[in-house]
Write a protein that binds this ligand. Structure first.
Ligand code: GLC
Ligand code: GLC
Length: 814
């Protein structure tokens, strides 16, 4: 069953009923000011950091889940009836509800008793504010006297403190109301030089800033007393819970439409010019007033919206494809690319599943996310790499996470996740392949952000390789440390105390437990770095990396091969994990994917054997589960993975991030049908038809789909912020469609499903637009290439040196 549909032309998903199984959300903002918005206008906003600069409040795990947001109320002043045009929070039965989630904007429209309200929410480029553009139309045959109320609840900035430290916070809230603008200035009197503001384009009939004055005692957002009586309380918040609510009265003739604009924003003042007049406690508003005035003008707002549309067109134009399959087209051309941009901005910090107060930017996560956005925003990818590398440690290890506002590594969680550094090599090499910008290797980057410790980025990469080689275990495989890619395989943890963090508890010395996954990742990364070193490193260095890679490859085949698949690890007592010898958890997906991607076993038939085992033991109609059999009980020596009930998350859930590794492995093995089949099983658009089962948004990937051991096999969770976005984008665009950046140019090496006659694509690559046509003329995967009619040797399009900015690329696949 579908709960909406794709509008491919407009690049929007249209939700046609408000009571979706879960909040179906979208993101506002793509630079510094961000918001999450649900299909009922729920959600919250923040500046840069969802934890440290939260503008509006969100109550986690609320009932209903989606409660609190950017709300409007319309009141019929004739009879006193009122409703929310975004359905929440009053939940009246609306006529004609629709929510259109577009690229960084959302428009919610509904009609109730002849009054239509259409509200568009977005963040103008270059600004730290959001606009709500509400169009109210009187479709009745009589004039309508209406009241319009806005409502937001301010967060007292630090979202964790805001949600816990009431003995202080109930006394700190402060606002000012000047010329109809509500200024939220909690803690501005002391160390903050930023404040929030909430403005409205119309003259006000009243306002409220104290929550209980607006709602009334023992009332929630569904029945605010001020709305019910049709009159604001003109309340001034002092302590308690500051809110922002404007009250506007409108009289609309039959057929008349009026636009009312609300602006919610974040503003910083110079530290020494915070107050006006100086010495007072009044916020200096000179710097912000012109901004507010400008964004309350319909013409400015319209132009800003067009600018946003243009910006997204530009980003997506970097790769557009036309294939025989509409699900592939809409994911590649719009939604998957969009989701990659959202993971660029959010990492795993703020969603309806990630509170925004826990994790900042993950080191391994951000490096992988980069694979999905580097072709759209190469400059920002460069900056991201340098930020990440600055949290690298002199040992070659890395902080597991960093806080986006400070860009410092998180001490709470620290490092010792032994896979982390290797991902930096993949991130940097992807950047160079896309841009050809070798100068990044010479950038001087500190360790742990310590001034004076800078070395060229290239040396950071050298230390990443060293880090693994310095930490080998009894089988010659890399020691796992706290965990590898699978955060929940905690082989040195041995925790038997409730509440201990699986991520940071370590009861063992870490000298025994080894990871076959890191071995595979090492081989992949060392080969990548060797390719870079060929062109850049000191003499002989590339060969040393290749030698290290082949030694690790041999060790993996010797110690990591189980007979029909790659093993997963060795635990602290030297017992295999992910082996036939195990009682549960006999086969894992991750080493099958990463080892084959690294080329291990590809020449000798073991790759095919491993993939056949994946098919036999792990594949389900809803995707490939992480391991089998699921752990039926808690294993002290395995950690968090066995803490999840069978079928969920890392314990045999369909952890979607890993599925594209198998798609890529199948492509490497030359099996286009299998690769594409796996791609379609988790493709969100293809799963739209089972929305009642899937439950999450049909336009983005979720981290997890419940595995076959779960009661709700096929149900998705943790949508939006997941490495699934980048890896699926890589799998479909670079391996199945085969349009793959390399150090030497753009490779065209499709491994297509057998039934496809071909496809076409436009790819911008290093300043050249490649118009690509792929035509199948035989059943295999060999490619014959012409560029502007000239036959090429090999399958790589090199960037023309003669100033051509457009080339016609034709590939025959046979
Ligand atoms: C989450 C984490 C990621 C980890 C994965 C598997 O997605 O963000 O870092 O690799 O889980 O545990
Ligand atoms: C939890 C999650 C896992 C995530 C980790 C991040 O263990 O299950 O998916 O990677 O937290 O810290």
């Amino acid at each position: 069953m579908r709960l909406g549909h794709f509008d491919d032309q407009a690049r929007e998903y249209v939700i046609t009923r408000p009571d979706t199984p879960l909040p179906w959300v979208n993101y506002l903002g793509s630079e510094a000011y961000f918001g999450i918005i649900s299909n009922t206008a729920g959600g919250y906003s923040f500046y840069r950091d969802a934890r440290l600069r939260r503008l509006t409040r969100h109550r986690y795990n609320n009932a209903p889940l989606d409660n609190g947001g950017r709300y409007l109320y319309v009141r019929d002043d004739a009879g006193g009836e009122y409703w929310s045009p975004t359905w929440q929070p009053t939940r009246r039965s609306l006529e004609n509800y629709s929510c259109r989630h577009g690229l960084n904007y959302t428009t919610i429209q509904s009609t109730y008793k002849g009054v239509t309200v259409r509200t568009r929410y977005f963040v103008p480029l270059g600004e730290t504010l959001e606009v709500w553009q509400a169009e109210i139309t009187n479709g009745r045959t009589q004039a309508a006297s209406l009241s319009l109320f806005s409502a937001i609840e301010f967060c007292l900035w630090d979202a964790l403190d805001d949600a816990t430290n009431y003995q202080r916070n109930y006394s700190t809230g402060q606002v000012e109301i000047v010329e109809g603008v509500i200024y939220h200035k909690t803690e501005y009197r002391e160390r903050r030089d930023h404040f929030a503001y909430f403005a409205c384009s119309e003259p006000l009939a009243g306002y409220d800033t104290q929550r209980e004055a607006f709602l009334g005692p023992y009332r929630g957002w569904s029945e605010p007393a001020a709305v019910e009586r049709g009159e604001s309380g003109n309340s001034l918040a002092h302590g308690w819970q500051p809110v922002g609510s404007h009250h506007v009265r409108l009289t609309l003739a039959p057929g008349e439409t009026r636009t009312v604009i609300f602006v919610l924003g974040y503003h910083e003042n110079p530290k020494d010019d915070k107050f006006d007049p100086p010495g007072s406690q009044t916020v200096n508003k000179r710097t912000v007033k012109p901004l507010i005035a400008r964004h309350l003008q319909p013409a400015t707002v319209e132009a800003a919206f067009q600018g946003l549309r243009e910006y997204w067109r530009g980003l997506l134009d970097n790769l557009q494809v036309q294939t025989p399959d509409p699900h592939t087209d809409r994911m590649v051309n719009v939604w998957n690319a969009y989701q990659c941009m959202i993971t660029f901005n959010m990492s795993r910090s703020a969603s309806y599943f990630e509170s925004g107060i826990g994790r900042g930017m993950g080191f391994r996560d951000s490096n992988q996310d980069l694979l999905g956005f580097v072709h759209m925003i190469p400059d920002r990818a460069r900056e991201r790499i340098l930020d990440l590398a600055a949290t690298h440690l002199e040992t070659g290890g890395a902080y597991h996470q960093y806080q986006p506002l400070t860009k410092r590594g998180n001490n709470d969680i620290g490092g010792n996740f032994n896979d982390d550094p290797l991902w930096l090599i993949l991130g940097v090499s992807a950047y160079i392949k896309e841009t050809g910008d070798w100068s990044i290797l010479d950038e001087r980057v500190p360790y742990d952000n310590q001034p004076g410790s800078e070395t060229p980025l290239y040396e950071h990469l050298q230390r990443c390789v060293r880090y693994t080689l310095d930490r080998l275990g009894p089988h010659g495989l890399p020691l796992i440390g706290r965990a590898d890619w699978n955060d929940c395989l905690n082989l040195n943890c041995f925790s038997d105390t409730p509440g201990q963090s699986f991520q940071t508890t370590t009861n063992k010395d870490g000298k025994v437990a080894e990871s076959v996954f890191i071995a595979g990742l090492f081989v992949l990364a060392a080969k990548e770095l060797a390719d870079v070193a060929d062109r850049r490193g000191p003499a002989g260095e590339a060969r040393r990396y290749r030698d290290a890679a082949s030694r690790m490859e041999a060790t993996t085949l010797q110690q990591g091969w189980d007979g029909d698949w790659f093993r997963r690890a060795y635990d602290d007592s030297g017992q295999p994990v992910g082996s036939k010898e195990c009682e549960e958890g006999k086969i894992f997906i991750e080493p099958q994917g990463i080892c084959i991607m690294a080329g291990i076993g590809v020449g000798d038939g073991r790759a095919l054997k491993s993939l056949d085992s994946v098919k036999e033991h792990l594949a389900t109609p809803h995707g490939i589960v992480l391991q089998q059999p699921a752990y039926s009980r808690y294993y002290l020596q395995l950690g968090e993975i066995s803490s999840y009930p069978p079928g969920y998350k890392e314990n045999a859930g369909i952890f979607c991030h890993t599925n594209p590794w198998i798609m890529i492995a199948e492509a490497i093995a030359g099996r286009g049908d299998a690769a594409y089949d796996y791609y379609m099983r988790i493709n969100p658009s293809a799963r739209e038809a089972v929305s009642e089962l899937h439950r999450c948004e049909p336009y983005v990937y979720a981290q997890m789909i419940a595995g076959r051991d779960a009661a709700t096999h096929g149900e998705a969770k943790n949508s939006w912020l997941t490495g699934t976005a980048a890896w699926n984008y890589v799998a479909i665009t670079q391996w199945i469609l085969g349009i793959r950046p390399t150090l030497d140019g753009l490779q065209i090496a499709p491994v297509l499903p057998g039934a496809w006659p071909g496809f076409s694509a436009t790819r911008r690559f290093r300043g050249v637009t490649c118009h690509i046509t792929v035509e199948r003329t035989g059943p295999g995967n060999s490619v014959e290439l012409t560029v502007d009619g000239v036959p090429q040797t090999g399958d790589v399009v090199s960037v023309p040196g003669d100033g051509r900015t457009d080339v016609k690329v034709r590939a025959r696949v046979s």
